[in-house]
Design a protein around this ligand. Structure first.
Ligand code: NDP
Length: 434
């Protein structure tokens, strides 16, 4: 904490992993003797840079850009870019740290990284977003590459932003390589990448439910957020016969007791991705409840899929969810549950899928996009979806292997943390003092 002041989210992420690892490390002291932990919490490299750009009225705006190259033991740095006004070094370090474990769990050769900027795309014109992205890439390009560091999207970085970033990268380097993932299918992207995090989270929840002879079918589901992860989680829940009753954004949530079906979801996608409107407009269109400045966790449901941001489920929210009969919480977002909330969820023996495992489908399909880019060919939707499903099953198995407690309860958080750690730690030992 002294070495990394004012980084509470990073401390939180590291603390959670260390708690999970404690008894495993006692049984395997060679990891401690090799200084693995000290090395894993120190990023291999941090790049911080100025991003000047000109807004639509000719004013020069200066944002701050970051790339955290956290760990490249098992593959090139891989992780998203987040554009949001709350972005700072500590948040990106937490995300990069989590990414190392997540990428290890995918079974693919991917190291961990994360980056972004305090730029807020909300309320900006397309030209402003483009000028910002071009300026951001004009510095970032020299640090990344298809064999070095491969960024992708995250909050505030979707298909539009990846397009502008990739366009500028290609222009500066005069190369067409898969240095970014989340690209459009016309320009070397992969089918199912936009869907992958949401679909993957629902596949993971289904795996967890199956262990208790349950399934998504017939279940009521709370989802927070209304961006990429939320939209495709909702789509997959609908496909599997569940009913989604909430979505949200940073201003509030909507509650639709009849379910956000396929046609209503189409409206949400148009509203959020094209018109860049607010979720409140859903409530106005379909005449349902809208609750301002609240999260959806006080509503009654069987399953919760937090898909907005970190620390969005507090201990009180966890208590409400449990009191309302929730049996499964699976994290589409990164670190959406506070440590106290997790404690309560686990004490009550819910099925709890931590983000590192449950939302790893996004980066997994990014890994598949990298393979397709290298081979210069495109797999079909069905092929990518089948591979995604299989990867989520493998991640689930790893969690069971390392997370099953005496008595049979599966602590997926411990399972994901230990399972993700072992591959990276063993490799770091093989590679010497790196
Ligand atoms: P988007 O930008 O597409 O959507 C984010 C959604 O969350 C929006 O509805 C946004 O509302 C809401 N939100 C963001 N910040 C806050 C906040 N502080 N309080 C309340 N609501 C907020 O991002 P994604 O869907 O891509 O990402 C969502 C989460 O999933 C993040 O935690 C991300 O790290 C994680 N994730 C994403 C992956 C991906 O492939 N995209 C992969 C793995 C994890 P508003 O419109 O008002 O900002």
């Amino acid at each position: 904490i002294d070495k990394n002041p004012a980084e509470p989210e990073f401390h939180q992420a590291v603390h959670e992993v260390l708690l999970s690892l404690a008894s495993f490390l006692e049984e395997n002291p060679h990891y401690i003797n090799s200084g693995i932990l000290e090395r894993m919490v120190e990023p291999e490299r941090i790049i911080i840079f100025r991003v000047p750009w000109v807004n639509d009225v000719g004013k020069i705006i200066v944002n701050r850009g970051y790339r955290i190259e956290m760990n490249s033991a098992i593959g090139p740095y891989k992780g998203g870019l987040r554009f949001h006004p709350t972005v700072n070094l500590g948040i990106l370090k937490f995300l990069a740290f989590e990414q190392v474990f997540k990428n290890s769990l995918t079974t693919l050769p991917l190291g961990g990284g994360k980056g972004g900027s305090d730029f807020d795309p909300k309320g900006k014109s397309d030209s402003e977003v483009m000028r910002f992205c071009q300026s951001f890439m004009t510095e970032l390009y020299r640090h990344i590459g298809h064999n070095t560091d491969i960024p992708a999207g995250d909050i505030g970085v979707g298909g539009r932003e990846i397009g502008y970033l990739f366009g500028q990268y290609k222009r500066i380097t005069n190369e067409f390589t898969g240095t970014l993932t989340g690209k459009g299918v016309n320009w070397d992207g992969s089918y199912i990448r936009p869907e992958a995090t949401g679909y993957g989270n629902v596949y993971f929840a289904e795996e967890m439910l199956n262990t208790r002879h349950e399934s998504i079918k017939g279940k009521t589901v709370l989802i927070s957020g209304s961006g990429n992860v939320a939209q495709f989680s909702a789509e997959k829940v609908n496909d599997l016969g569940g009913k989604v009753v909430t979505l949200s954004d940073s201003n509030g949530y909507i509650y639709d007791p009849n379910g956000i079906d396929k046609s209503k979801l189409k409206f949400v996608m148009q509203l959020k991705n094209i018109e860049r409107g607010r979720i409140k407009e859903y409530a106005e269109k379909y005449n349902v409840k809208y609750v301002e400045n609240e999260t959806p966790w006080k509503e009654k449901a069987d399953i919760a899929l937090p898909s907005a941001t970190q620390n969005e489920i507090t201990k009180d929210d966890a208590r409400s969810l449990i009191a309302n009969g929730c049996i499964c919480i699976s994290e589409g977002a990164n670190m959406p549950c506070t440590p106290k909330a997790i404690e309560i969820i686990i004490q009550n023996k819910l099925l709890y899928g931590p983000g590192k495992a449950a939302n790893a489908g996004g980066v997994a399909v990014s890994g598949l996009e990298m393979s397709q880019d290298s081979m210069r060919l495109n797999w079909t939707r069905e092929e990518v979806d089948a591979r995604l499903k299989n990867i989520m099953k493998e991640i689930h198995k790893t969690c069971i292997k390392y997370g099953t407690k005496p008595g049979g309860y599966v602590n997926y958080m411990d399972g994901a943390n230990i399972g993700g750690f072992v591959k990276v730690a063993d490799t770091m030992i093989d590679l010497g003092t790196v």
